[in-house]
Design a protein around this ligand. Sequence first.
Ligand SMILES: *Cc1c(COP(=O)(O)O)cnc(C)c1O
Length: 413
Amino acid sequence: MMRSFAPESLMMSHGYKPELSEGAVKCPIFQTSTFVFKSAQEGKDFFELAYGKREKNPGEQPGLIYSRLNNPDLQILEERLALWDKADECAVFESGMSAISTVLLEFLRPGDGMLYSKPVYGGTDHFINKLMPQYQIKGLGFTNSMNEEEMLALAKGKNIKLIYVETPANPTNALFDLKLCRKVADQLSTSESPVYVVVDNTYMGPLWQHPLELGADLVVYSATKYIGGHSDLIAGAVLGRSELMSRVRRLRTFLGNMAGPWTGWLLMRSLETLKVRMSQQALNAEKVADFLRDHPKVSKVYYLGHLTESDPQYQIFKSHLTCAGAMVSFDVKGGEKEAFRFLDSLKLFKLAVSLGSTESLAEHPATMTHSDVDEKDRIEIGISENLVRLSIGVEHFEDLIWDISQALDQIDR
Ligand SMILES: *Cc1c(COP(=O)(O)O)cnc(C)c1O
């Protein structure tokens, strides 16, 4: 009898055969551009499969050809990453943005429209609102206060082909109801022209939210964040069912925006500690958020663990997430001056954008990550001058709290 192991138990071994690599216990870095065929016939067989000219024979494995098409460090990584979200397939990219832009380019055509949750990551926002219109593709933003009728009204006559959702939203942890998005997508779908739901799960995945189980068709990640987890690489990933992933993979082959073997190897190393890292980060975040809630110089804390049953977001939290995550934002009393004073006084937290890493990071969304967002939108979303965003790392929580406490003390009010 065989037991089905949890993903964290498989991150050290899944998909790797030591006998193919001199018995090495770890997958080596396959730093090679091309692979030798045993025979001309084998080369022909591999190409037929890779270019989709025929179906796989029973038990046939796709052969290694050329590192833009496939490489063992990427293939093994993709098989491991797919376990967390229980996806058929995964494709790894050289950045989160290349993963996102490849999906949008594959599933949208001139004349199409897309609904997207507001706010989305700055780079995604730029791609949707500045680049896609050059290809006659229109993005229409929706907020988490809109209901089914309002979303359908927004979509009316817009030839919607995709609903793109980032949840929780950055930097205020606003949650979107993925089941509602699925329902709207189904209403807008026709038999010839399905509407797909794509979810950016960077903030919560792959551990704490599984959008494919909540009705999404594809999940995208910036693997630069929790998956990489050490602030030492840039990468992205897309996951979903084979039918859609073969389209994503094909466009990746021809755009050539796959990650290289070195990045693949680093990400495999990162996946071995994913569960312990993220679990510790979430525990630390809870301690930090509780400390901030009770502090006299803090007026508001944005932390999912503080939602109460009376909050409309609570039901989404309970049905979508298994954890409150490790991102904590808060309003310091005052304005930009007070927020900057706090940030400049930190001794252990690093003042930097990005998130999900082993070290704790702090930043000022209004002038940094979200400075490009329309001022009107910024106010609507709650990105004020006094908002500070923290990404909590794996340090001792008492040291983090000490640092926050002494930095808040530096604000003279
Ligand atoms: C960082 C980030 C991205 C972009 O990823 P890169 O790896 O920087 O290209 C996309 N979405 C979210 C939510 C992010 O935080």
